[in-house]
Design a protein around this ligand. Structure first.
Ligand code: SF4
Ligand code: FES
Length: 206
């Protein structure tokens, strides 16, 4: 069984007061992240059979506001981060819905889609030493978001404009490349490659 099922059994048969977060049960919504035997993971994608000695210790994901038991509030943090890195298409072109959508090279579109697979589970932040030291660090999730828009030909922001948003220690220069984000990301996103991609761009900004 998955940890989700185990927790549901505990909740229904032993402790009706236990708080934990779930929505999709399929590794898509990102709400069931928690620390499992010392590692941040998605409970709905973790099988209890992995732990051969039968001992499983669960803790709430650190660095986010703790609600109760295993329940944390990632939503407000993600929302603030999205505003901070301006996580939306910036275009000077006026939208004309009568026109055919602008064509994008398939390789570029694949790259953008790959980064869009982030489920905002917060695991990269819980695995990140910079984030633990700097509360305002946007983390791999925020830098991945910047890379996603920098790669998207629909977004016409310049490198200088991205620099205004992430060109400091709470952004691209805060990352110490310890790889915790990429080691634990349940969607296996190429986080360090994309952080390096943005850093190369940002160091060129005068
Ligand atoms: S980058 Fe990976 S670990 Fe971080 S929030 Fe997105 S899916 Fe979760
Ligand atoms: S319940 Fe949605 S990712 Fe686990």
């Amino acid at each position: 069984m998955t940890l989700y099922i185990a927790l549901t059994k505990i909740w229904s048969t032993m402790d009706h007061d236990l708080s934990f977060d779930f929505v999709c049960r399929a590794g898509i919504c990102g709400s069931c992240s928690m620390v499992v035997n010392g590692k941040p993971r998605l409970a709905c994608k973790t099988l209890t059979s992995e732990f051969k000695d039968g001992k499983i210790t669960l803790l709430p994901l650190p660095t986010f506001k703790h609600n109760r038991d295993l329940s944390i509030d990632t939503g407000n943090w993600m929302n603030d981060m999205s505003v901070k890195v301006e996580s939306w298409i910036h275009s000077k072109e006026k939208t004309d819905i009568t026109k055919i959508e602008k064509a994008v090279e398939p390789e570029v579109s694949d790259e953008v889609f790959e980064l869009d697979r982030c489920i905002e589970c917060g695991i990269c932040l819980a695995s990140c030493s910079t984030r633990i030291m700097h509360e305002d660090f946007v983390g791999a999730v925020g830098l991945n978001r910047s890379a996603r828009f920098a790669l998207d030909p629909h977004d016409d922001r310049t490198d200088d404009e991205f620099y205004e948003l992430i060109g400091d220690d709470n952004g691209i220069f805060g990352c110490m490349s310890l790889m915790g984000c990429e080691d634990h990301c349940p969607k296996e996103l190429p986080l360090q490659t994309k952080i390096a991609y943005m850093r190369r761009k940002m160091v060129k900004v005068k």
